[in-house]
Design a protein around this ligand. Sequence first.
Ligand code: SF4
Ligand code: SF4
Length: 386
Amino acid sequence: MNFKKKVSEMLVSKPEAIFLLNLLFDPLDIKRHSQQYKKRRRSDLIKQSYGRKAKIRYVPPSFHIYITFRCNLRCSYCQWLLQDKDAFDNAPTMSVLDFNRILDKFGKDIGTIALQGGEPTAHPEFSEIVTSAKSKNFRLKMSTNGTLIKERINDLKSIDDLNISLNGLDYESFERTTNGTRKQFDKMMSGIDLLNAQKIPFTLSYVLFEENLSKVQEVIQFAKQVKPTFLNFSPGNAHGSSSLTSLVSSSPAVKHFLAEFISKDDFPFSIHLPLILNPGSETFKKEICQYPWNKVYISPTGDISYCCHLPFNPEIGNIFKGYHFNSQGIINFRKSMIAHHLSEDCLFCHRRFRDNSAATFDSTHRKWILPPDLSDDKISKEGKNL
Ligand code: SF4
Ligand code: SF4
């Protein structure tokens, strides 16, 4: 097989081809997707010299399908509300028919489906959507605000990667963050208990800004009680908010937080710490985001977005109107990314950096795996002196 010829036939420009080739052979990416590759289209698998397998991902392997833009909360950091404060009013939902159309058309190439929103469990036909995807043997991931766990408990058993996004450990902070009611807060807490009672594995995530770093210890204590399989502190993108600050390594508060955190190794679960932006680093200056290549984001009406952070726009394409992952809009966006002509959105977005740029605590071996920026002890030493 003339592999290079095949790739170049599928791609629209030389820089894209070079980039995608690098991306395809990224061992970390391959490891992450290898289980899915094994299951699907063995004929598309190409043996590499180091003995692993990669797949030509002309169709992005990760489908993020926004099944609804409805949500029962109004979080202060919500990217949709920051873009449009009325985003959830009369918001559209995707019909089961349309959801199935996507699966039927691209099914053989899809690795993972992420059900997104809004709040995915608020979709009136959530059960039908989950049942349909699982009957076709797709791997499902989903993050929920946790307020509808009880109503959806039977469906949640079928989600392969279920994450609960914690929005406060007491009603006052929950209400401040989400504008939710006490009843919703109580339902979120009892829902987490129900997951445990029914032995449904879940991860917990908590969005960090500089303003809520002091809550981290409380989150750890809470996690020790409810026993998630993994605790993920996600970096908040403060774009569009004047009251929230993204985590930046030059901040004394952030350095102090990091130094204290990575000095401990007695956590009973694995932890992922958010990448801390360091505008002075080479990584910050050079790294480009892979999302426009390896993921596709589809709104309830089929419109496409470049990523999970930027608005949906029919001019990029619409999945129900022939979008083929290489419209002029997405090509131009990829070219700007390769040339590092980044908008402010991308420049200060944590998602531009690879997952392995953040610190991870491995609970099995009780050790921290630190990215280069941290492993030289720089932040640790500086932080302890604050
Ligand atoms: S739960 Fe999610 S979608 Fe709903 S308001 Fe909060 S951040 Fe936005
Ligand atoms: S860097 Fe952020 S805003 Fe830019 S494409 Fe990636 S995810 Fe989207």
